[in-house]
Each structure stands twice: as structure tokens, then as C-alpha cells.
Design a binder for this molecule. Structure first.
Ligand code: MD3
Ligand code: FE
Length: 212
């Protein structure tokens, strides 16, 4: 198996609970991209703060009942936008359907996310190795949708110092992380400059989660 050039759009089992679905989002892109673009027009993505008080290089926006927020008080989920105090907009149907179908294709039936984090990477942005541990139920998978500029996804092990495997994720790729892979360390290498016909000079990642 060649991890770096899947021949077609068949699923690639990365590890127990982790499935790469190359191009899975492409058939619905005509509906998906306008939804994401509109969400970002209504709610501009913002730089959340790390607990150390530095702005993250990635900008974020959220949809759904729960939105991910970062501040000097720490990371977590909030029912309201930290600056406007407004509830987050609902997750559009096409995104709910994509998440459910991708989770199903990876063996997780009945995935109903209550949070959609939109990560916006300008060239030069990155995300350091971390675990997603702010959610309540680790039996629920996480569905990640890559849009726009390519990126090297860093997929580590169960210990922070485990050497990460590099996955080249491109526009339309979906990865489902659940089961034994739910709590592995992961990150995104610095996004390189470029232009994408839909997103321009940006990589956008949708991360669908069941937060509560
Ligand atoms: C592997 N975002 O927002 S999504 C994040 O591309 C985050 O923006 C990255 O990591 C991005 O927290 C990667 C893919 C992902 C999400 C959750 C995981 C991979 C994961 C949880 C466990 C293992
Ligand atoms: Fe993460």
C-alpha cells in the first residue's frame, strides 16, 4: 500500500479507528464550499489565544451548538462567540450529511456532531502537536475535511515525543479519527504559499465533533 498516492478514492486504513477518505468531499463541493464561504463572511475567523497568552497562527470560526474557544483561561467549548456573545450559527445540512456519511464509511454509525470548527490557515500558519481532549465522549470520532491549499498533516502516536508520520492532505480529503486513534497527538506543518481556485491563498479545515 502506498500511503502517499492512493490510486483512487477508496478508503485508506491508517491505523485502528483512523481512516483516510481521499476526495470524499469532492462530490458535494458545489454545495459545500458556498456554505463555508458564507459562514466565514458572516462570522470572520479570529485568532484565539493560547493559555500562554499568544495568538494562535490559525484563525478559527465555529458552527453548531458548541464552539471551540481558546483564551488565557484555557481551551474549551462555549455556547456563545466570545466577542459578540451570540450563539454560533447552525451547522448547514450539507456539512451534517458529509460528517455522518464519512463517519459511516469509516465504521462509525450515527455520528451526529454538535460542533464544527473552521480552521483557516494562511500560508505560514501551522498547528503544533496536540491531543483533542476537550470533548466529553471519546467513543465519538472526529471528522476532518480539508479544503483549499494542500498541507502536511502530522500524525503522531500516543506520546508527544513519538515521531509523527506525514500525510499530504489535499482539497476534498476527509479523515475520520476514532476508536484507538481518537487521542493520538497530531498537528499541521507550516502551510506553504500558493493559490487555490476556490479558497485563494488559504487552507481551510472543518473539524466535526461531538463536544457534549
Ligand atoms: C487525529 N485541526 O482543530 S484536523 C484541531 O487540519 C486540529 O486543522 C487540524 O487538529 C487541522 O484540533 C487537524 C484532523 C484531526 C482532528 C482530530 C484528531 C486529527 C486527529 C484527533 C485525534 C487524532
Ligand atoms: Fe486537533
Amino acid at each position: 500500500m502506498d500511503l502517499f498516492s492512493p490510486a483512487d478514492h477508496t478508503p485508506v486504513a491508517l491505523a485502528e479507528g483512523a481512516t483516510w477518505l481521499p476526495g470524499f468531499a469532492l462530490p458535494m463541493m458545489q454545495t459545500l464550499w458556498p456554505c463555508v464561504a458564507e459562514a466565514l463572511a458572516i462570522q470572520p475567523a479570529m485568532h484565539m489565544m493560547t493559555p500562554m497568552g499568544y495568538p494562535m497562527s490559525v484563525k478559527t470560526a465555529s458552527l453548531g451548538e458548541w464552539g471551540w474557544v481558546g483564551s488565557q483561561a484555557g481551551y474549551g467549548y462555549s455556547a456563545q462567540h466570545p466577542e459578540t456573545g451570540q450563539p454560533w450559527p447552525p451547522i448547514p445540512a450539507v456539512i451534517m450529511q458529509l460528517a455522518e456519511a464519512a463517519a459511516m464509511a469509516a465504521g462509525f454509525a450515527n455520528f451526529v456532531p454538535d460542533s464544527c470548527l473552521i480552521n483557516v490557515y494562511a500560508p505560514g500558519s501551522k498547528m503544533g502537536l496536540h491531543q483533542d481532549k476537550d470533548e466529553r465522549d471519546f467513543s465519538q470520532p472526529i471528522v476532518s475535511v480539508s479544503l483549499g491549499l494542500p498541507a502536511t498533516f502530522l500524525w503522531g502516536g500516543h506520546r508527544r515525543l513519538d515521531k509523527p508520520i506525514k500525510l499530504p492532505l489535499v482539497h476534498g480529503d476527509v479523515v475520520v479519527w476514532g476508536g484507538a486513534s481518537r487521542r493520538v497527538y497530531h498537528g499541521v506543518a507550516t502551510v506553504k504559499p500558493g493559490q487555490h481556485p476556490l479558497t485563494g491563498a488559504q487552507r481551510i479545515n472543518l473539524t466535526l465533533r461531538k463536544a457534549r
